[in-house]
Design a binder for this molecule. Structure first.
Ligand code: GLU
Length: 553
């Protein structure tokens, strides 16, 4: 290399930079057992957290921690045009919210933890520059001053001639330019990108081995890809190699949209003189749209945005259990056999992840899981968690729940603690408002049409007498059995069968059956035809409210 070459490098990187050897020392190999995994999730902060991002994070975290390893959250914010402020913090916060603990990187308090940082790529410029400078010195990279127009013209030319597109081989004109030409371009004030001088030959095949996809033959990379953009920031390809090396990542688990880049990535590791991590490319979560499967899309599907689940009020553990289901289909059996075990004890298997066809998203399944999970909570927990949700998304509900927390707790405890079959009709906190609405007097009404519906079944005067008779014996302390016995007595007195069987046996003898009488009470008390256990509802409502509502017939 001549003096001009040194000068060129100095002009490209005038700042003081660490040497690769110093960096190796600063970020030494971790002293971990052979089988221990160091994984990371590396989101680009472009506005929101994708549901698939949580999926990849969960898998990476579980695999790391199951092997007593390390899970890192790294922020890949080198694309300043696409960056949306606050998303990195949102991601860190979301991990925490869903109980996915990262040992290193950004935490939910926006602090960085760990000795292998900084963990935000935009703060790692000096590190990337050190390696880019080193590659330039070795003649393995070069500055390229091709303008957007020139690249556009190249693309058109390649298209017309039927050539592969890209900057490679004979098309890579700046690869052959002299140092003097590069210096002259710098003198004119042009800002170059730095390209890799790819040693690859597209005709050669290499064998790549992916933990999920398996072994595949792929063409060697021959593209002189950009490793540093004109703004001085590295591209994803280059940055991930440097970071995963220096952070001592053992397993890169990422979306399979990166699989085609694998030959390039392996080449980068080899040029930099490093051992590549093991790669596992995840098949993306899919959804059925018009009978066809497609990727869950952030443009088309609200469920692709993690905030959807928060807003809808799904408990975090339901989302996690659902993701475990998507990741390993045997999770469901495991859950059935371990009803009360923390899902952290489930051993996630990389081998059981979907290989090529991504798991199918199904909101109904999530809803079912969620119902099971909420059914296991006690009333205090339901109250506390729905209140947290309501304070953020439904102030009226929050006010209502807080207006008399003992009453709210009692309402939420209907068919819950101690119930043989706890209620399973609530799948998210956003449903609570509707569930408890009729317990409060402020805007309680019985729709006229509903009232009419029952009064078509029971003639109004008789309905009044039924209510009178029922109230004359009803006691708020009555348990389910006494309550029902009293209801039966009243029903029978007014010509209704005590049960459906009797009614069916001789329908002409009766006006109807006890269920119709219960329907009358239910409608007057709740304004609905379907509710949890009516006896329990009445106990919670209290004698005065029950009497008042029933007499309002
Ligand atoms: N920043 C990349 C992305 O968001 C990460 C890919 C990777 O995990 O390496 O797609």
């Amino acid at each position: 290399m001549n003096n001009n070459h040194d000068l060129l490098i100095k002009r490209l990187f005038p700042e003081e930079l660490p040497s690769p050897a110093e960096l190796e020392k600063k970020y030494p190999p971790r002293s971990l057992a052979e089988t221990t995994m160091v994984t990371r999730v590396a989101p680009s902060p472009t506005g929101f957290v994708h549901f698939g991002g949580l999926y990849a994070s969960l898998i990476s975290e579980r695999l790391a921690h199951q092997s007593s390893g390390i899970f890192i959250l790294r922020i890949e914010d080198t694309d300043k045009k696409r960056e949306v402020a606050g998303t990195a913090e949102l991601f860190a916060h979301s991990l925490k919210q869903y109980g996915i603990i990262n040992d290193e990187g950004l935490n939910e308090k926006s602090e960085e933890i760990g000795n292998y940082g900084p963990y935000k790529q935009s703060e790692r410029s000096a590190i990337y520059h050190a390696y880019i400078k080193d590659l330039l010195q070795q003649g393995k990279a070069y500055p390229c001053f091709a303008t957007t127009e020139e690249l556009e013209a190249l693309r058109n030319q390649q298209e017309t001639m039927g050539d592969r597109s890209g900057y490679y081989g004979r098309f890579a004109t700046w690869r052959e330019k002299s140092t003097e030409e590069a210096l002259a371009a710098l003198d004119k004030g042009f800002k170059p990108v730095i390209r890799l001088k790819s040693p690859g030959n597209f005709q050669n095949k290499i064998m790549v081995d992916d933990l999920l996809i398996g072994k595949r033959e792929m063409p060697e990379n021959d593209q002189d890809i950009v490793i540093m953009k004109s703004d001085g920031l590295p591209t994803y390809h280059f940055a991930h190699a440097v970071d995963d090396h220096l952070m001592r990542t053992t397993h890169v688990i990422r979306g399979n949209e990166w699989f085609p880049s694998l030959p390039l990535h392996l080449q980068l590791f080899s040029i930099l003189g490093w051992k590549a991590p093991v790669y596992a490319h995840l098949a993306p979560i899919q959804k059925i749209d018009n009978g066809n499967k497609r990727k869950l899309s952030k443009r088309k599907d609200q469920e692709a945005d993690l905030s959807y689940y928060k807003k809808a009020g799904y408990p975090e553990e339901a989302v996690i259990e659902y993701l475990l289901n998507l990741a390993n289909s045997n999770f469901e059996d495991w859950r059935r056999e371990h009803l009360d075990t923390d899902n952290g004890e489930f051993v996630l298997s990389l081998k059981k992840l979907a290989k090529s066809n991504g798991p199918l998203f199904d909101l109904i399944k999530l809803t079912d899981i969620s119902k099971e999970i909420i059914a296991k909570m006690n009333a205090d927990e339901v109250l506390e968690r729905s209140l947290v949700w309501a304070k953020e998304f439904d102030q009226d509900l929050a006010k209502r729940l807080e207006s008399d927390t003992a009453y709210s707790r009692q309402i939420l405890n209907i068919e819950r603690e101690g119930a043989i079959k706890p209620r399973k009709d609530i799948s998210r906190w956003s449903e609570i408002g509707e569930e408890i609405e009729y317990f409060y007097d402020d805007d309680f009404t019985v729709e006229a049409s509903l009232k009419q519906e029952i009064l078509n079944e029971i003639e109004p005067n008789q309905a009044k007498l039924i209510i009178q008779d029922f109230l004359s014996t009803y006691n708020i302390e009555d348990g389910q059995e006494e309550w029902f016995d009293k209801l039966k007595v009243v029903a029978e007195k007014h010509g209704y069968a005590g049960n459906n069987k009797e009614y069916k046996a001789s329908p002409d003898k009766y006006k109807g059956q006890v269920g119709t009488v219960a329907k009358l009470l239910r409608i007057l008390l709740t304004g609905r035809t379907q509710t949890p256990n009516l006896c329990a509802i009445m106990q919670v409502m209290g004698q005065k409210r029950v009497e008042k509502r029933l007499r309002e017939i």
